[in-house]
Every structure is written in structure tokens, then in C-alpha cells.
Design a protein around this ligand. Structure first.
Ligand SMILES: [Zn+2]
Ligand SMILES: [Zn+2]
Length: 175
């Protein structure tokens, strides 16, 4: 198994994700899905796959201003043209995850990071703007740009689908 795929397997089951965290439907019935994992130091503290429909539903609850703020951050803080050139030159796509996509800090330096990848029917990993890694500082910066209402949408999503004392304490996932 390519190492990049391994990164996006479930730590809990040690296998690829097969159901959507939100609607619990098998992912094989979805055209695309996204896998997000949050790490604190070496430890994966939150992981989930979400199907296309549920992802649209959650992000649809964000205000227009918040969506625009997230878009602005991604457009202004990330040199996509350069990033795509860098990524194309990699001999191993796993190396995408060695630096934060935005600030370029090596991923082992900050206290945490989030990784995100998009899959297509059949379970193939789609290589485009994703997969990527974002350090916790940059994720926190995005979280700070969105409205309190939109942060509430995210907190609600976390509270509803994850248990544990740290409910709502996580920064925004990469949606
Ligand atoms: Zn779903
Ligand atoms: Zn960063």
C-alpha cells in the first residue's frame, strides 16, 4: 500500500474508512468523499470521513461571510501555482505532507496539524488541491476568520459526532 494512502486510513480500524461519519452510509455509494485527520503531536486525536452530500450540508450552514473568509485565506495565504509546481516535482506524493500547505513549516515542528484528502468512488485518492497538511497555527488562523455562528456550526458537528471531554475544543476541520 502506498504510504500516502496509509496516512488516510483510520487509526481506529487500521483500514480505509468505509462509512460517512455523519449519515453512516457506506462511502462506496458516494461519488466522492473527504477524509480529515487531526493530530496533536504524534497522536491522531480526531478522524473522520464525510460523504459529498453531508459535507455540502455542513458547509452550507456556514454563513456566506465565513465561506468567503475561508476562501480568502486559502487564496491569499497559499501560493497555489507554486504549490502545484512543487507537488508535481515530488518523486513521492507523500512528501506533500511534510510541510504546512500555507506557512511551509515542517509538519513535525508545530504541536499539531490536520491532513485532508479527497477520494473517489472505488477508493482512489484524488490528487489535486488535496491531499494537504495544515499546521495547527494556520488552522487556528482560519478558525479566527469565521463568524461566531459558523464556529458554532463546527462545534455542533464535533459535539454531535465525537465523544470525549474535548468536544468543541478542536479547531475547524478542513472542509
Ligand atoms: Zn454522509
Ligand atoms: Zn502553517
Amino acid at each position: 500500500m502506498p504510504e500516502l494512502m496509509k496516512w488516510f486510513e483510520s487509526v481506529e480500524t487500521d483500514a480505509p474508512f468505509d462509512t460517512c461519519k455523519v449519515c453512516t452510509h457506506p462511502l462506496e455509494f458516494s461519488e466522492t468523499w473527504v477524509v480529515n485527520k487531526h493530530y496533536h503531536r504524534e497522536e491522531c486525536v480526531m478522524e473522520y470521513a464525510v460523504c459529498e452530500e453531508c459535507r455540502d450540508e455542513v458547509s452550507g450552514k456556514f454563513s456566506e461571510e465565513s465561506k468567503a473568509a475561508i476562501r480568502a485565506f486559502l487564496e491569499n495565504e497559499i501560493d497555489w501555482e507554486q504549490r502545484m509546481l512543487d507537488w508535481m516535482a515530488l518523486e513521492n506524493p507523500e512528501k506533500r505532507l511534510e510541510h504546512c500547505v500555507a506557512c511551509r513549516i515542517p509538519s513535525f515542528l508545530p504541536s499539531g496539524f490536520a491532513i485532508s484528502a479527497q477520494f473517489r468512488q472505488g477508493g482512489t485518492l484524488f490528487e489535486g488541491a488535496l491531499p494537504l497538511l495544515m499546521c495547527s497555527d494556520c488552522v487556528a488562523k482560519i478558525t479566527a476568520t469565521i463568524s461566531p455562528e459558523s464556529r458554532e456550526v463546527w462545534r455542533d458537528f464535533v459535539a454531535r459526532h465525537f465523544d470525549g471531554p474535548s468536544n468543541g475544543g478542536f479547531d475547524l476541520g478542513i472542509f
